[in-house]
Ligand binder design. Sequence first.
Ligand SMILES: *Cc1c(COP(=O)(O)O)cnc(C)c1O
Length: 392
Amino acid sequence: MELTKNSIQTNEKPKAATSSPAVAVPFIDLPLQFANLKAEIDQALAPIFTSAGFIMGPSVKEFEAAFAEFIGAEHCVTVHTGTAALHLALLGLDIGPGDEIITAANSFVATAEAIEFAGARTRLVDVDPETYNLDPRKIEAAITSDTKAIIPVHLYGQAADMKPIMEVAKKHNLKVIEDACQAHGTTYEGVRVGTTGDIACFSFYPGKNLGAAGEGGAIVTNDAALANRIRLLRDHGSQKKYEHEIVGHNFRLDTVQAAILKIKLPHLDKWNKLRQSHARFYREHLTDLKGLTLRPESKYGEHIYHLFVIELEERHRLQEHLQSKGIQSGIHYPIPIHLQKGFAHLGYKTGDFPVSENACGKVLSLPMYPELSTAQLELVVSAVREYFAKLN
Ligand SMILES: *Cc1c(COP(=O)(O)O)cnc(C)c1O
C-alpha cells in the first residue's frame, strides 16, 4: 500500500487496506530474488564501499564484457537507464533534428521519448496482430526522405520479426536500433536478439528479466567506432580526465549496479527457463476459456516472458476478482503512444493504429517471475478459471 501524502505529514500509520487481503501472489517478487542472492551481493559490495570506487570501478568493465558475451556482441557500453541507452544509440548514429525515426505505436513510452530528446521526429507504425511487435508490412508506407532509422521493440520478451525489418531497412538505407529492454536472452532464428540490427538497447530496471538494485541500461553493437562514440557520449565526451573530445552527457552506470548485475547475469538463462515453464503452465490451464485470448508464440524465436499477457473484455473486472484473492496483475500498456497527451504534437488521432488501440484496451499481465511457486501458479489459474466460470 502506498503512503498517502497526508499520512506522511501527520506521521500516522497508513490505514490497513481492509478491502484487499494479504498478497498471495505478487506481480513480481524482487525481495525474494535479492534474499536468494544476499550473501553474494554483500560480499561483492563490501570492497566497493571500502574503496569508495563508486564511479566506473572495475565491475563496470567486467559486467560489460560478460554481458557482451552473453548476447554474443562484440561491444557493450553500460549507461544509467534503458532510456539513456536508446538516447545515446540515436546520438551515436548521428540522428537529430530533421530526421524521422520509425517505431511501434504499442510500446513503453521511453522508445518515443528517446527519439524526441534526440531532436528527431517519431513516426509510429502499427503492430502485428499476432505478436504485437512492429508490423514489417506497414513500415514502408511510413518511410519518407527524412527517415533515418527503425526501432523495433521486442515487446513482452518476444522478438520482433527482424528478417523483413532488416530487408526494408537495407532497401531504404536505414539504421536499425533494437529496443531489447524487455528481451535479455530472447532469440530470433536461434540467435539472441541484440546483434541483428546496428545497435541494441537494454534496460536493467529492477523489474526487467535482468534487473539492477536501481536504474541501469546498456547498448551492445558489433560496430567498434559506434561503441567508442557512445562511450564518449556517456562520460562527458572524455576518455582522459578533463579532456573533452565531444560534448557528452553523464549517463554512466554506477559501480554498485554493475557489481550486482554481474552476480545476477549467470542466473539469467535459468530464470528465463523458469519463466517459460510458468508460461507453459498458464497456457495449459487457460487455453479452453471462452472470452480469454492467449497470443500464440512466434515460430521464429524463443519468448523469455518478461510479461505473460492475456486478453479479454472488461479486464478491470478480472483484475478486481484477482485482487480479492490477493493476486496482483498489471496492464502493459493501457494507452498507446499516439494517444498519450505528451505526444499530441505528433498529430495522430484515435483510429490511426487499430491493432495497438485494440491491444491497449484488452491486455492484462498475470504474475510472472522465476520464483513463482507451483502453489502460486495454481492460485492464479484457479482464480482466473473461477472468474470465467461465473461469467459464462
Ligand atoms: C523498460 C523499457 C525501456 C526503458 O528502460 P529504463 O531503464 O526504464 O529507462 C525502454 N523500452 C522498453 C520497451 C522498456 O520496456
